[in-house]
Each structure stands twice: as C-alpha cells, then as structure tokens.
Design a protein. Structure first.
Length: 316
C-alpha cells in the first residue's frame, strides 16, 4: 500500500462523491496503490449513506462511523490507527483541499526523506477579518511557542511517514499541533509546501471564532506538556521552592526583628508581613503537593478510549 488518505468529516454529504472521484482520478493517473479512509464524526445528514455507497463501488474506500461527534482530533486518531500506507495524507472533506497536491506531497515524503510535510494555504479565500487575521496571529504564537517554523498550522492538507502517525497521540483538540507533536516525538524533518486553497463549494464552515480561543488555550497546554508533561515536579517543585523560600525568608526576618531589633514593637501577628509569609509558604507547599500528585498520576494512569466507533466498512 503506497498511500493512505485520511479524511475526517462532519455533515459533508454533498462533497464526498466529488472528492472521492477526484482523489481516485489522481491515484489512477499516477498509478498509486491507495486507500481512502473516511471518518464520519457523528454526521446528522446522509454522509454515512454516501460513504457506504462509495465503499460498495470502490474496495479501496473504507469507512469509520463514530457513535456521536467526538471531534476532529479523535477522528484523525481513528484514521491513523487504521492507515496502512507508507505515506499518509490528511485532508478536509469540504473540497477546499486540492487532491492534485497529493503526488508532490508523496514525493516529498517518499523521495526527499521528510517525516512530515504541512500544507501552507498562502492565498486564502476566507474572510480577512473573521479568519485570516486571527489565523496569522495564531500561527505566529504557535511558531514562537513551539519552535516549529511553519506558516500555517491549521491547514488540513498534510503528508506523513506511516511511522509518524503511529507514534503520536492526537487527542483533545490537538489536531492543530500535529507538527509539534511529531517534533516532540523525535520526528524533526518537517517541511512546508505551498498548496492551493479553494473556496468552499457546498455547505457552511464548521468553525467559528471560538476555535481560535480554543487554539490558544491548546497552545498553552501543548507547551506545558512538551516542556513538563513527563516531569511535572520540575515545574511545580521549582515554583514551590521559590514560594516557600520567599515565605521562609520573611518569617526569619520577622523573628530576628522581634527578638533582637525591636523587641518592644508590635506582635508578629499584627504585622502584614506575617500573613504574607504564611500565605507564601502555604502556596509553596501546595505547589510541591501538585508536583507529587502529577508524578503519581503519570505513573498510574491508564489509557482510555476517547471515542466510540459505531460501524466500520472495508476494514479488517
């Protein structure tokens, strides 16, 4: 199997047949062996019916149907688990990603030795105010925080070596940061390719402005996990030590002042520095406890299934 095309979708019945035909034409023209894995993330339209029809017409088409909407990251995770191609291509189902880009993406992985190639929609057909400007700000923050020098983290059109998708854990809303997850896993040969962005042909976008708020929150999460995810005590222990040291220093100062410098002055409990010292030492202790709890959780956690599959087609 040369190429696996993984396509998560939600309520895209109008575009699926056209997208399938386009991908199949590209594959046949280039004589690629391939599979197309559609992951229906809880659609309420006839998307699954369309996928069922496609699987009966083309044995290279496979389908996964979620019991309900679990999110794009979970859909990608399910597709990655089932993918068997040497090169895995991800794309959106709304026809805004161009399947004609697949051969060059494939060559950049198979021939040029990249671990991951991310698409860059340099020229977009989205609203400048509602999507382009927030996207530029988001991508700037992602570059600065992660150290991965990509211009477009949000582009759904990406290509991967099979071993990359098998060794990263895409969960929550982390699909935006797959290149960062790959880098943290040790896959550092990451490249970018300018790809064609097409205006949406059917339906309406599933993403609103709130995705950028969630994106920035996820960015903070992935920064923390990549820096301290396997050693939470390094962060919380350091903060706890600093806070406790500050509080303990105030306590020593108050003791020396009362015993030797100003024995007839106010009681220690009447001075605001006493409560500052007490509060800081308590907070420092809590940070230490948080670090210990984090270490314990890491060593005892069990992986849980983050989605439920209702039905599969053409998959063993």
């Amino acid at each position: 199997m040369n190429i696996s095309v993984v396509i998560p979708l939600l309520n895209e019945e109008d575009s699926l047949t056209e997208l399938h035909d386009w991908i199949a034409k590209v594959m046949q023209t280039n004589r690629f062996s391939y599979e197309i894995i559609f992951i229906d993330d809880g659609s309420t339209d006839d998307s699954w019916k369309t996928i069922s029809n496609l699987t009966s017409q083309n044995p290279n088409v496979k389908g996964i149907r979620f019991l309900k909407n679990f999110g794009k990251s979970q859909a990608l995770h399910a597709g990655f688990e089932k993918a068997t191609g040497d090169v895995v291509i991800t794309m959106d189902a709304d026809l805004q990603d161009n399947p004609d880009e697949i051969p060059e993406l494939y060559c950049m992985i198979a021939n040029d030795g990249h671990d991951l190639v991310s698409g860059w929609k340099k020229k977009r057909y989205d609203s400048v105010i509602s999507k382009n400007l927030p996207s530029k700000l988001f991508n700037w923050a992602a570059r600065k925080t992660s150290g991965v020098k990509l211009n477009d983290f949000n582009c759904g059109l990406k290509a991967y070596k099979l071993e990359v998708v098998k060794n990263i854990d895409v969960n929550g809303e982390m699909h935006r940061y797959i290149p960062v997850l790959a880098k943290n896993a040790g896959f550092i040969k990451i490249a970018e390719k300018i790809v064609q962005h097409q205006a949406r042909k059917y339906g309406e976008t599933k993403f609103g402005m709130n995705r950028f708020v969630h994106g920035f929150l996820d960015l903070i999460t992935i920064w923390f996990l990549s820096s301290f995810g396997k050693r939470p005590m390094h962060l919380f222990g350091a903060l706890g030590f600093i806070m406790f040291a500050i509080g303990f220093g105030f306590a020593i100062y108050l003791g020396i002042d009362k015993l030797f410098l100003n024995p007839s002055g106010r009681l220690i409990t009447q001075r605001p520095q006493f409560y500052l010292s007490l509060s800081t030492m308590i907070i420092g202790t809590q940070f230490f406890v948080a670090g210990f709890l984090g270490e314990i959780i890491l060593r005892t956690k069990e992986d849980k299934k983050r989605y439920l599959i209702k039905e599969e087609l053409n998959l063993n």
